[in-house]
Design a protein around this ligand. Structure first.
Ligand SMILES: [Mg+2]
Length: 266
């Protein structure tokens, strides 16, 4: 297959591809590009590690800036986390992510503030997280066998002002090093689970998919190893391809473009 052959389905990262960062300004050309896919009936799914917006709010925020899509187009780390916890009957968690999402967990029948007897410590992006909050995870992990569930393991994220902030991956590194008795799982990218869930959503196999992201390390390595074609866009985290120097050549993306609209597909 040619690198730039049109795929049967598109897997698309959100931040840095459709929107610039947490400020949710659209990437130039992306609104028309994505709406064009929708109009032509080309299957696509957004694969997002966003852990600060409820899935319905994330879709609403994208709709407000012109994207024509619905919740059926989103496979996100929060939803993956909810599914993982539900399938294992974890109803009491210590939620160390965005405090405003407490109701998201409650609506799923999960108590997000179960410090003392929690079954899982759950990490997501949290601009207000302090060391004292992490301290609350010590007893559950060390004495109660609580699982450590990482919605993703990005080491940093970009805030509204484009500043780098330490992310769940940094906190996960500390807490995992404790060596508690529970499982340590990641449900978002780069773990394979979310890629398989996204493919299933649009009913295609990995070799039929193209994954587009602004993060070749966290997003595209897994996609490529699963057999997908990959496209790295320079509209987000990395302004040039220097970052590829950190990857084995076999993990380099198949395509590189300034933004999704600039990827020339046949
Ligand atoms: Mg991104």
């Amino acid at each position: 297959m040619k690198r730039n052959q049109r795929p049967a389905g598109w897997l698309i990262d959100v931040e840095g591809v459709l929107v610039r960062d947490k400020a949710y300004q659209p990437v130039e050309g992306s609104v028309d590009w994505l709406n064009g896919l929708a109009r032509r009936g080309e299957p696509f799914v957004l694969v997002s590690n966003n852990t600060t917006h409820r899935p319905d709010e994330l879709v609403a925020a994208l709709r407000r800036i012109g994207y024509e899509l619905g919740e059926e187009h989103l496979v996100g780390a929060l939803g993956m986390g909810r599914q993982w916890l539900r399938e294992r009957g974890r109803e009491r968690i210590l939620w160390l992510g965005e405090p405003a999402l407490a109701d998201f967990w409650r609506e799923a029948g999960i108590d997000p503030t179960a410090d003392r007897n929690c079954q899982a410590v759950v990490l997501g992006v949290n601009p207000a997280l302090e060391v004292a909050d992490l301290d609350r995870a010590l007893d559950p992990l060390l004495e109660q066998g609580a699982d450590l569930v990482c919605l993703h393991r990005n080491l940093f994220w970009l805030d509204q002002n484009g500043h780098r902030r330490l992310g769940p991956g940094a906190w996960a590194g500390c807490l995992e090093a404790l060596g508690g008795g529970g499982s340590v799982v990641t449900v978002g990218k780069p773990d394979e689970k979310i890629y398989h869930a996204a493919l299933k959503r649009i009913g295609i196999g990995p070799e039929e998919a193209l994954f587009i992201s602004d993060d070749p390390i966290a997003d595209l390595v897994t996609a490529g190893r699963l057999g997908m074609r990959t496209a790295f866009v320079l509209s987000g985290k990395y302004p040039d391809h220097e970052v590829l120097g950190r990857l084995d050549q076999q993990d380099w993306p198949d395509l590189i473009g300034a933004a999704p609209a600039d990827l020339e597909m046949e």
